[in-house]
Design a protein around this ligand. Structure first.
Ligand code: NAD
Ligand code: UDP
Ligand code: UDP
Length: 336
């Protein structure tokens, strides 16, 4: 006697109220430094599908190589100043060069990226009903007259200087976000990011931490731009990504400062790099660029209260992690 097997029944979960479809997430600028670390974190969740769009101006496919070909991942060469048609639930909008050398290189393009690029991503968010997070910057505070900087401070920004394409660009981007929120009910999140560092930063992008680490490994003098007493606060990239995800998932529009309140002068930073990486290297004072903010330190009261977030990695612990990555990329091994 033969018995016929009953057809397989579909998984009850598939149709139950417990079934949740995958979350489709767009990351603009996802091939860049912060974007690629964010993608790594988002891809850890098996319910997330990630689409990256990037024009590869400062980013690289190399930063995403472990995900290329993955069924939940898609990479598109696309410039955000052009219309984009995709269906997504969430948008992390990072696309914009972040290093002064690159954002000044084609200032008009930087403005277009900030203004037209953000407008397009908001138009997309409106069409598909997605929540959108903008990575704004501490540069919106300009050369701040209030220290440390709370979100309520409106800033001291030169509207016609060489940095304006970036800082005024981001200020307009924030305005657009709030106007789409008020006028069209778009769900928005704004992060004001303070100086961030970590593996995968462009080796020659001119930012201070990457410069000092590359210089110390090449045995070149550390170039402190005068007067060297200007301060910055440096956040390790894993802390930054954690803060961005908490902001996206929480209920607050922001703007919210995300950064590490540990404050260092550029001379102190150079001395720390020297101590940790290459005690023999020299420190050399060089000329500064116009409009360089004299001090910068986030007030992170809001991030602590509203997101339950604060940075965990101290500069002294983060620099060696970055050193390791730079050694690999520069082909300089550690000599004891
Ligand atoms: P990054 O230069 O490494 O990444 C930016 C990415 O955007 C790159 O992959 C680049 O190719 C891409 N991009 C630039 N213009 C584009 C365009 N028109 N269309 C599509 N893609 C474009 O910089 P990052 O440090 O990863 O910064 C990411 C975001 O965080 C930026 O919005 C930046 O303004 C913001 N931010 C960064 C810092 C920091 O210290 N790193 C500080 C404040 C704010
Ligand atoms: N946009 C986009 N993708 C979309 C929807 C809109 O890139 O899925 C762009 C569109 O090209 C427009 C911008 O977003 O330039 C603003 O769109 P919105 O609908 O708000 O304004 P409108 O098209 O009416 O000017
Ligand atoms: N800086 C420096 N040496 C360098 C590059 C930068 O001393 O080789 C200083 C610069 O003058 C500024 C600070 O480091 O005061 C941070 O500069 P960066 O370009 O990293 O970021 P910013 O905060 O200005 O956007």
């Amino acid at each position: 006697q033969t018995t016929t097997k009953p057809p397989p029944t579909p998984s009850p979960l598939r149709f139950s109220k417990f079934f949740q479809p995958n979350m489709r997430i767009l990351v603009t600028g996802g091939a860049g430094f912060i974007g690629s670390h964010l993608v790594d974190k988002l891809m850890e969740n098996e319910k997330n599908e990630v689409i990256v769009v990037d024009n590869f101006f400062t980013g690289s496919k190399d930063n995403l190589k472990k995900w290329i070909g993955h069924p939940r991942f898609e990479l598109r060469r696309h410039d955000v100043t052009e219309t984009l048609l995709v269906e997504v639930d969430k948008i992390y909008h990072l696309a914009c060069p972040a290093s002064p050398i690159f954002y000044k290189y084609n200032a008009v393009k930087t403005i277009k990226t900030n203004v037209i690029g953000t407008l397009n991503m908001l138009g997309l968010a409106k069409r598909v009903g997605a929540r959108i997070l903008l990575t704004s910057t501490s540069e919106v505070y300009g050369d701040p007259l209030v220290h440390p900087q709370p979100e309520s401070y409106w800033g001291n920004v030169n509207p016609i200087g060489v940095r304006s394409c970036y800082d005024e660009g981001k200020r307009v981007a924030e305005t657009l976000m709030f106007d789409y929120h008020r006028q069209h009910g778009i769900e928005i999140r704004i992060a004001r990011i303070f100086n961030t560092y970590g593996p995968r930063m462009n080796i020659d992008d001119g930012r201070v931490v990457s410069n000092f680490i590359a210089q110390s490994l090449r045995g070149e003098p550390l170039t402190v731009q005068a007067p060297g007493t200007q301060t910055r606060s440096f956040c390790y990239v894993s802390d930054m990504v954690d803060g961005l995800i908490r902001l996206m998932e929480g209920d607050n529009t922001g703007p919210i400062n995300i950064g590490n309140p540990g404050e260092f002068t550029m001379i102190e930073l150079a001395e720390l790099v020297k101590e940790l990486i290459s005690p023999k290297v020299e420190i050399k004072m060089v000329e500064n660029t116009p409009d360089d903010p004299r001090q910068r330190k986030p007030d992170i009261t809001k991030a602590k209260e509203l997101l339950g977030w604060e940075p965990k990695v101290k500069l002294r612990d983060g620099l060696p992690l970055m050193e390791e990555d730079f050694r690999l990329r520069l082909g300089v091994s550690k000599t004891i």
